[in-house]
Design a protein around this ligand. Sequence first.
Ligand SMILES: Cc1cc2nc3c(=O)[nH]c(=O)nc-3n(C[C@H](O)[C@H](O)[C@H](O)COP(=O)(O)OP(=O)(O)OC[C@H]3O[C@@H](n4cnc5c(N)ncnc54)[C@H](O)[C@@H]3O)c2cc1C
Length: 317
Amino acid sequence: MYATVLDRYPELEAVADRRVAAVRTHLNYEQVVTRPKDTLLFRRTRLDEHLARRAEAAGVDLRDGVNVRRIDFGPDGVTVGDGMGKEFRGSLLVDASGANGPLFREHKAAARRVLRYRIVSVVLEAPCPNDVIDRRMGIDEDAGDTFYSAFLETGFVGYGWLFPKDGMINAGLGTITEMGNGLKERFHWFLLRTGFDDLDTTRLRAFTIPTTVLPRLWLPRVLFVGDAGGFVDALTGGGLCNGIRSGEHAAATAERAVVSGRFEKDTLEDYERMCSELRKALRLRTAGLYYFAGAVKRGLDRPFAVKALLRGAMALA
Ligand SMILES: Cc1cc2nc3c(=O)[nH]c(=O)nc-3n(C[C@H](O)[C@H](O)[C@H](O)COP(=O)(O)OP(=O)(O)OC[C@H]3O[C@@H](n4cnc5c(N)ncnc54)[C@H](O)[C@@H]3O)c2cc1C
């Protein structure tokens, strides 16, 4: 799914830390399968900076560093405020506040109550020289052997990853919340097994990741995009490409709403329609997560069986 970033937004290659050609998957720290997967790896600050400059070039009046604490709906618009005197008024609000933002908490919580599984992850992005990353991961840029690595373990619903960036390694581990106890300890073990146990882990961060698109992606004068709308791949935790796509659909809908002066159901439901393909694709991924979690819990833990499954199933991941 990440590969579509390149198909859709080739200009992003210039912003990426690295472009790798494959994903190398391991089971119990033994390499099982390498699958071609043309992938851009970003340092998030660089990507955000690029998107912000692009938005400004398109005429956006960007105000950075304002924390939205209040939202008021009036008969002809919506006002947001930081609770300390700053206010901004518009016709339509696009909520891009991420998975765990405080905005419209009830609306988002209602969608997640029905979920069987939620994903919790820990991630560390730490400085590491490129030659050290390449040596430890076995990457040979000169021979064109570039990849990122995924790590599965029998009996564990989740995966670990190593994303080689430019002078940075991004290492993480994600699982379903019911297996989340002791995730940090497991992560330290993961770093040890992959040879990255000398990283500075003081900036280790924990996240929960949504695994469902909101059943309703709009409220009067509001659209939900990116993680705030739940546009995340439940199998991999990836959400950048889908988030950008949802933003494009929201922009097209917002334009129509502004031109027609209508900010209610008849116009905003267009956004639902435009996102329906994306929703379908992500539902399949959620079903995949349920299948994977169910199989592991039912005891699919024999390495030879899991290896066979991985060799067959990686094409879908
Ligand atoms: C551990 C981890 C690893 C991941 N790895 C990948 C990957 O390899 N590939 C991939 O495609 N995706 C990955 N993802 C998912 C990806 O990070 C998200 O899908 C993506 O960041 C979603 O972008 P977003 O802009 O919707 O939300 P966010 O990136 O969460 O941005 C939301 C922004 O809104 C701001 N905000 C929140 N509340 C307010 C408020 N009240 N007022 C003002 N601002 C507010 C926040 O400060 C933040 O800047 C990963 C996620 C995690 C947690």
